[in-house]
Design a protein around this ligand. Structure first.
Ligand code: SF4
Ligand code: SF4
Length: 552
């Protein structure tokens, strides 16, 4: 096992990566190796799928498999080795199908089909032990002795970014949004990785191209959410429970939540959001359900305590799951790409078992004193008051904007983000998104001209909204985004954040402060390249970084 895809990777004794029997997230070596092998199989599918699509024989079902299987390998998504063995068997079938389609399309057009090698011709075993015996060739570090760690690190940057793009594209797919262009770009990306690339310029170019693809995907996800659930609007989200039976929904998948709200309507069971489901309270078609009772708890890393105390069943719709404690193991359910050995997995949005479990549990005995926070400052809400914001900037009432967002995590250094926001001057506005906001979203930072100083824009994928706001402000002030009084503090943890980072770089956004620690797969020479091209900075202290941002 070797894995260095997330921020909490092991950094002990000079080894940057989880390389023991169990990673810091709880992923065991068997699961980790099977995930690497699944990625290898996806590369093989992509080799044929890309060429078939180039000849007009695209296979979007193969594309959907790529999205789903890549998503399962993200940090804190699927820890069930049995699921990976069965996905590898399915991968072999899909690869055979796209190979046949490619060869038939080539024959029909009088073209000689290429004889592919590597992942395309890997003889995929069906038995777990036989698979594991071949894990070394699929390791993210395979070939490092020949090409060096810088090249392997750049390949990893693309792979992890692609995983994030696939996760967002899967969320969009659940909202009936998909695109031939996105499937084509992802197939090209994985085909590129299958070629074991070594050219630095080509690797950087592919990473930036992937960033552009992710912008398209985040736009699709935005269209899916707003198309199904309406435009987010500033709304009060109750953060104190009410009496009654209760279900808690975590993860990011609004389609799951919508289906659950429909199925619980009129049953007397209340539904609570957890973690990245918080923005649900701002979507008209979700918040119209009176039994969407509130938001419970905070970011993912506190779930073992929070889930243990929740008096009802829990649904994990996507990342970030961590090992369920015995106290709630029998009442936590998974859906979609999520998996944990022994947990009940819900298929096809049929939540009847979950609802039965809620009815069998006590729920909340009494109402707690009402408390709420305001969510729902998506791009329409912010741009709806653009005139007020622009006038406030011109009058000097708003001197600077900060985007402080991304992932949260368990590391103590993540207090950096709450300390930073605490110290921002009163004449500044903070845009936030992702679960990093739980470190400060329940505090009152005041308002400027009636606009709250901290504006919650939603999930991490709502970076799309933040980008649209930045572009609109730049247009209003007739300048480039990089010339705005705007500083970005991106908190990364896992691969969705890697995809968002690539999007920001692809848009040539400069001066991003990235933390709380830099990715282990970014080697010093690669970091130098990013610093020279994009002026990326690593966190230092809130005081120093804030002073530098305000002085820029
Ligand atoms: S996902 Fe992160 S914590 Fe888990 S094994 Fe990989 S690097 Fe380690
Ligand atoms: S923002 Fe990142 S760390 Fe937070 S719940 Fe989502 S995937 Fe996990």
């Amino acid at each position: 096992m070797f894995c260095y895809q997330c921020e909490q990777t092991s950094r002990v004794d000079g080894v940057n990566g989880c390389a023991s029997a169990v990673g810091n997230c709880g992923k065991d070596a068997q699961t980790s190796d099977l995930q690497d092998l699944l990625i290898h199989a996806v590369k093989g599918i992509a080799q044929y799928a890309k060429r078939a699509r180039d000849l007009g024989a695209g296979d979007n079902d193969a594309g959907k498999f790529i999205l789903y299987s890549m998503f399962t390998t993200l940090t804190n998504v699927n820890f069930n080795p049995a699921r990976f063995t069965s996905m590898l068997t399915e991968a072999a079938e899909i690869r055979a199908r796209v190979k046949k389609a490619y060869e038939e399309a080539a024959a029909a057009q009088g073209i000689a089909a290429e004889e592919l090698s590597g992942a395309a011709v890997w003889d995929i075993p069906t038995e777990t032990n036989e698979l594991l015996a071949q894990a070394a060739m699929a390791s993210v570090r395979a070939g490092e002795a020949e090409v060096g760690e810088d090249i392997v690190g750049l390949r990893a940057l693309i792979l992890y970014g692609a995983k994030g793009v696939c996760a967002y594209a899967y969320h969009a797919l659940m909202l009936d949004e998909q695109s031939d262009e996105v499937y084509a770009n992802l197939e090209s990306t994985m085909d590129f990785l299958a070629s074991d690339p070594t050219d630095v310029d080509a690797l950087v170019g592919q990473a930036l191209a992937l960033g552009h693809t992710n912008l398209t995907v985040m736009g699709m996800l935005d269209a899916g959410n707003t198309g199904k659930f309406g435009t987010p609007e500033p709304s009060a989200a109750r953060i104190s429970p009410v009496a009654g039976k209760a279900i808690l929904v975590s993860g990011h998948d609004m389609a799951d939540l919508a289906a659950l709200l429909e199925q619980t309507a009129g049953t007397g069971v209340n539904v609570y959001t957890h973690g990245e489901m918080l923005p649900a309270h701002s979507y008209p078609e979700l918040k119209k359900h009176a039994h969407l009772a509130g938001n419970y708890g905070g970011a993912w890393q506190d779930q073992q305590t929070e889930f243990a105390n929740f008096p009802g069943p829990i649904l994990m719709t996507s990342n970030c799951i961590i090992e369920p404690a015995a106290s709630y193991r029998r009442r936590i359910f998974t859906a979609g790409p999520v998996g944990w050995p022994g947990l009940r997995h819900i298929e096809n949005h049929d939540f009847s078992t979950l609802i039965q479990a809620a009815n069998a549990m006590p729920g909340f005995a009494a109402d707690s004193e009402e408390e709420s926070i305001t969510v729902g400052f998506g791009r329409d809400a912010v741009l709806g008051v653009a005139d007020v914001v622009i006038d406030a900037v011109k009058a000097g009432a708003i001197k600077h904007f900060f985007l402080v967002g991304g992932c949260d995590g368990a590391a103590s250094g993540r207090n950096y983000y709450s300390d930073l926001v605490d110290q921002t001057p009163d004449d500044t506005v903070i845009l936030t998104l992702g679960c990093a906001k739980y470190r400060f979203n329940k505090k009152d930072y005041g308002a400027i001209g009636g606009i709250p100083r901290v504006l919650d824009m939603g999930q991490c994928n709502d970076s799309y909204s933040a980008i649209q706001v930045a572009v609109a402000l730049a247009n209003a002030f007739e300048c480039e985004v990089n010339e705005l009084p705007l500083s970005l503090f991106v908190s990364w943890f896992e691969q969705k954040a890697a995809a968002v980072l690539l999007t920001l770089l692809a848009l040539n956004i400069k001066g991003i402060t990235l933390g709380p620690t830099l990715p282990a797969f970014i080697t010093p020479p690669v970091l130098n390249t990013l610093v020279e091209a994009f002026d990326i900075k690593a966190n230092t202290t809130p005081e120093a970084d804030l002073a530098a941002a305000l002085a820029a």
